[in-house]
Design a protein around this ligand. Structure first.
Ligand code: CP
Length: 304
């Protein structure tokens, strides 16, 4: 089997992404039933996090363990990468020793360089450009609760950064309509935006959310924006997602947030208590979708 990487949603075909969603749903049911399934016995994975993480790390480590494999965590100062070891050298060395690597670092180019020089699968655990693993969990969540996302309308409100970019790629791959409201100067990369006709900028949060089946947002100051919080709070204030904005969406609309969240900023204090919010289900699906992804990259598709 040729090695595959998951650096972007565009690395997989729509059919492969559909398979991952089906398999993630199965993993959720197997987990709920307490089923033991350990196809990765003898496999080892490394998770490299150069920025903080709760969900991605726990999903990787718990997922590897539940599948019978072993997970190694490397923080910024745990490997020689932190002292300038070339990425290409690191890639060749770990390819001799382990089976899969998941990496979170600001630079998408560094992740791509790692993948180019490694002979084992590399997973993008989030860069400043993309967060493809989060989208697997989000699409799985929508389809579990509302059915196929193809043809649905999704509203993204807030910062046109890595989550917004990943939603644009998802709109392209899953065939849904994405409406985005982002402040001037904080809009998504035009190159990503122009890659699909399924995503359009609109003028206001109200216009984005009107009639939407799913409403999503993200923090106003992501990792890498440290020191900009005060300015951003003022600029983004009209982009808060709250109950009255959600009332403009479809009657059965869902609300998602990749987490962590800042209550009172990008969401109202009480939004997570609203029945339209499915953020805990969504967070749980980080585990199930990452298990589907790791299994696929290491063993290929199974009947699903
Ligand atoms: N959504 C997400 O990636 O969460 P973490 O930063 O906690 O991994």
């Amino acid at each position: 089997m040729n090695k595959r990487d998951f650096l972007s949603l565009l690395d997989f075909s729509p059919e492969e992404l559909e398979y991952l969603i089906r398999r993630g749903k199965q993993f959720r049911k197997m987990h709920a039933a307490g089923e033991v399934y350990q196809p990765l016995v003898g496999k080892t994975g490394i998770i490299i996090l150069q920025m903080a993480s709760t969900r991605t790390r726990v999903a990787f480590e718990a997922g590897m363990n539940q599948l019978g494999g072993h997970a190694i965590f490397l923080g910024t100062s745990d490997s020689q990468l932190g002292r300038g070891e070339p990425i290409a050298d690191f890639a060749r060395v770990v390819s001799e020793m382990v089976d899969i690597v998941m990496i979170r670092t600001a630079s998408q180019e560094d992740i791509e360089e790692l993948a180019r020089h490694a002979s084992i699968p590399i997973i993008n655990a989030m860069s400043s450009r993309l967060h493809p693993c989060q989208l697997l969990a989000d699409i799985q969540t929508f389809e579990e609760l509302r059915g196929p996302i193809k043809g649905a309308t999704v509203a993204f409100v807030g910062d046109g950064y890595n989550m917004c970019h990943s939603f644009i790629n998802a709109a392209r791959q899953w065939g849904f309509n994405l409406k985005m409201a982002c402040p001037e100067g904080y809009q998504p990369d035009p190159q990503i935006l122009q890659s699909t006709n399924n995503a359009q900028m609109v003028d206001s949060p109200g216009e984005a959310v009107a009639g939407a089946d799913l409403v999503v947002t993200d923090v106003w100051s992501s990792m890498g924006h440290e020191g900009q919080e005060v300015d951003r709070k003022a600029i983004f204030a009209p982009y808060q997602v709250n109950e009255s904005l959600l009332d403009r969406a479809a009657d059965d609309a869902l609300f998602m947030h990749c987490l962590p969240a800042h209550r009172g900023e990008e969401i109202s204090e009480t939004l997570f208590d609203d029945p339209r919010s499915v953020v805990w289900h969504e967070a749980g699906n980080r585990l199930h979708s990452q298990k589907a992804l790791m299994e696929f990259l290491l063993l290929g598709p199974v009947d699903a």
